[in-house]
Design a protein around this ligand. Structure first.
Ligand SMILES: [Zn+2]
Length: 334
């Protein structure tokens, strides 16, 4: 069975997205060297990713007894003046990497609503400049405030939580941009059920051929492109969506803007959707690692296993959807 450790680092203070990206590269190099020295030939795999506000570094291993020593060793990694040369070298790699990545027009519109709610701009990831003054302090600050979670014997557990408990807060917005209806809703995650519910709503809304987006915005106009994308940003869950339109569907949307609340309350096949969601969730392999992307950055505590998730899905009721819908205050900008 796979064992897994995740370290999550969230931007604080003046650190820029590209400095965070540089950190992700340099921290991965430090861990790789450490594994080479102390855990050689153990088949350990590292995966690292940076988004605009945080980066996550995931370490996979098949031998369970490696988990504790790995966590302890990695937790104590710090940067010092001996690393400055490596940091300057890696800066060139990061700049070359972002220079080579192309963002499509669809991506730009999909991520646009984030700039309204979270001040996260996807274009920050493509900035062609990285300031390395005081970089050691910035990097070591990030490490001291990291969150750690691990997955062992089928259980996901938080090892270190740097977040304080947060209250649920809901924001949403839709608009027409170019030929797309785009939008976003977000919720501060304050319980595991809320996290699962957010995933369920995103599923109903835009993750199957029988989704609300398909039913309301695509099928009647013989359109194809429309979906939701889930993101974990700081302690909140974000669902972004993008729907292609025709002149006719845009006009109908502007004349009679649909609200998520009305769509959810009008859902006639709740039970079918919930069971389809359960199948979809347990299809995603490995589900608990996906759940951890939200869990690790949230203020949530407590063990999570597949049984618990399954029970939570079973406990979702139609009134849960109505309550979720009630919180949606949707503004449509013409
Ligand atoms: Zn990179």
């Amino acid at each position: 069975m796979i064992n897994y450790i995740a370290f999550s680092f969230t931007k604080t203070g003046t650190i820029t997205t590209q400095q965070l990206h540089l950190f992700e590269h340099c921290f991965s190099i430090k861990i790789t060297n450490l594994i080479e020295r102390r855990f050689k030939d153990k088949g350990i795999i590292i995966n690292a990713e940076t988004f605009t506000e945080s980066c996550i570094i995931e370490i996979y291993c098949s031998e369970i007894e490696l988990l504790s020593p790995l966590i302890a060793a990695i937790e104590s990694v710090r940067f010092d003046v001996m690393d400055l040369l490596m940091i300057e070298d890696e800066k060139k790699v990061v700049l070359q990497e972002v220079y080579n990545v192309d963002l499509t027009e669809e991506d730009k519109y999909l991520y646009l609503p984030l700039t309204y709610f979270s001040n996260e701009d996807i274009l920050d990831l493509y900035e062609q400049r990285i300031e390395t003054k005081s970089i050691l302090i910035l990097f070591n600050d990030l490490i001291s405030q990291c969150n750690i979670a691990y997955f062992k014997n089928g259980v996901l557990r938080k090892e270190k939580n740097a977040n304080s408990v947060i209250l649920p807060s809901f924001k949403s917005k839709w608009e027409i941009k170019n030929n797309y209806i785009i939008g976003c809703y977000s919720m501060g995650i304050s319980s595991l059920k809320q996290l699962v519910l957010c995933k369920f709503i995103s599923f109903i809304f835009g993750k199957s051929s029988d989704s609300l987006i398909s039913r309301e915005f695509l099928n009647p106009y013989h359109l194809y492109l429309g979906y939701t994308l889930d993101l974990s940003i700081k302690t909140s869950f974000y669902t972004l969506f993008l729907i292609e339109t025709t002149q006719e569907s845009r006009k109908k949307f502007l004349d009679n803007p649909l609200r998520l609340k009305e769509l959810l309350i009008g859902l006639v096949d709740f039970k079918k959707q919930l069971l389809a969601f359960k199948t979809y969730m347990f299809m995603s392999d490995p589900l608990l690692l996906e759940i951890n992307r939200y869990y690790i950055k949230s203020s949530l505590e407590g063990d999570i296993n597949m049984n618990l998730l399954s029970n939570i899905i079973d406990s979702i009721t139609y009134p849960d959807l109505e309550d979720f819908g009630e919180m949606c205050d949707v503004h449509v900008e013409k």
